[in-house]
Write a protein of this length. Sequence first.
Length: 364
Amino acid sequence: MKAGIVGLPNVGKSTLFNCLSNAKAQSANFPFCTIEPNIGVVNVPDTRLEKLESLVEPEKVIPATVEIVDIAGLVKGASKGEGLGNQFLGNIRETDAILHVLRCFDNDNIVHVDGSVNPIRDKETIDMELQLKDLESVEKKLDKVKRAAKTGNKDAQKEASVLTSLKEGLEAGNSVRAISISEEDRTEFVKPLQLITDKPVMYVCNVDEEAAATGNAYVEKVKAAVANENAEVIFLAVGTEADITELETYEERQLFLEDLGLSEPGSAKLIRGAYRLLDLETYFTAGPKEVRAWTIPVGATAPQAAGVIHTDFEKGFIRAEVISFEDYLKFESETKVKEAGKMRIEGKEYIVKDGDVMHFRFNV
């Protein structure tokens, strides 16, 4: 599961990506590795993992991760191939969620591609290119479906109706995620199209250092503009975050953050936000060898969660032994949890909760 960073040129995308790639500077427990020049696996900061580490004292700790893709700046005309547009739009299509970076700071030394700072205009420029690409996909599909609908095929007629609604919504300048369609129709007809503007989005407002803790007027305008999109909006001072990651010691970084009025780096907030945006959650395994955070989709069953460790665990699943994170923290060891009667035995139907500490029994 991966999230793609998009935006106009010069809004801070690459600085943000580099900042995330330097996440290792924020904590020794959260290293970073690069798969390709523009794809990074970034570890998800989670204080629960640190607390389990202090209680269990394992040989190693392995955090959950999220994949971040740095997609080169889109320009007007990208949907028609301008500025390598087809390649970039193809890269976006391959991601599961979008981190849309918007410039929300004034600085005469950093040139804006359109000559002035206006995050709403910037958002609309990117949206239009993505919507035009989706419109092209919808129209192609609609042409095929209409031919089947003319033969009296009821399913094709229903699909044609949904696609027509999509087409009209896109032509009116709406992203697919904001077009009103029933959940059933969305699952059956829209999801298979993998439309770009149907992907969940987080707007990342890049502010200056003075606005790092509170945001600014630009951020408020963005929040108002995306109110109908069910999208998350966060703000961080990307340039300042990059400076923080360059500091050598944890103490220096904490002092810098405190001076800004921040309790943690904004990049940590962004990574956790991306994780939520991808509809992911975490369960833990804890033992003397390792304490590990495992990534699962929200709503995963116990066997599905077991399958993340190894497919044999899912195939031969017998039961799960489950401790809530709060109980683990309260009683401070697995033995004391058992003595207090707080370890639960769960079967195949159990829906894993975020933060569960689990052991699996299986037989292959």
